[in-house]
Write a protein that binds this ligand. Sequence first.
Ligand SMILES: C[S@@+](CC[C@H](N)C(=O)[O-])C[C@H]1O[C@@H](n2cnc3c(N)ncnc32)[C@H](O)[C@@H]1O
Length: 185
Amino acid sequence: MSKKTYFLKQFWSEKKMVGSMIPSSRYLAKKMLQNVDFQKARVIVELGPGTGVFTRKILEQMHEDAKLLVFELNDQFYERLQDEIQDDRLILIHNSAEFIQKFLNDAGFLDADYVISSLPLSNFPKNLRESILKSAHHCLKNDGKFIQFQYSLNCKKILETQFNETDIMFTPLNFPPAFIYTCSK
Ligand SMILES: C[S@@+](CC[C@H](N)C(=O)[O-])C[C@H]1O[C@@H](n2cnc3c(N)ncnc32)[C@H](O)[C@@H]1O
């Protein structure tokens, strides 16, 4: 089954959690990662990899000594990623993005350089959204960055409340077109 068909199938079974009908485009992936300093970063966290569009791009560019902790809650996406990506730098976690700090510590790290998120925050209940954003903020180094895409500006306020500084970029080259938030701790 192609990645697009597979993604659509997951969308129909868990609409709010998956949040999109098709995987993100390579243009969005490029924009999401353009401000990541891969030479410097040693610990990167990814939230909501789906079929792994961003995961693969991160691993392509990541330092050989760096680690990537990836949180995926959906059983099928998790199992497919486990089968498809073999890389010693990848730590795939079948759990919710609220628990970043616990899994970072279990892997022997105190904090992360970047949190890169595709979670459909606007679909989540307020408590869950706040808890995930707190978890992302808490796990970052002082100069760390939280990078998140969304299909609207609905979450602008809450991101600005949680983070010190927020830059917004836009790409029409995705379905749906997307806003990319880069938030500094
Ligand atoms: C919009 S999709 C993005 C998938 C992929 N990164 C992309 O851009 O094509 C959102 C992803 O977040 C995952 N997800 C939703 N809630 C989650 C949670 N609380 N913790 C971890 N992953 C979650 C979904 O299963 C899905 O894979």
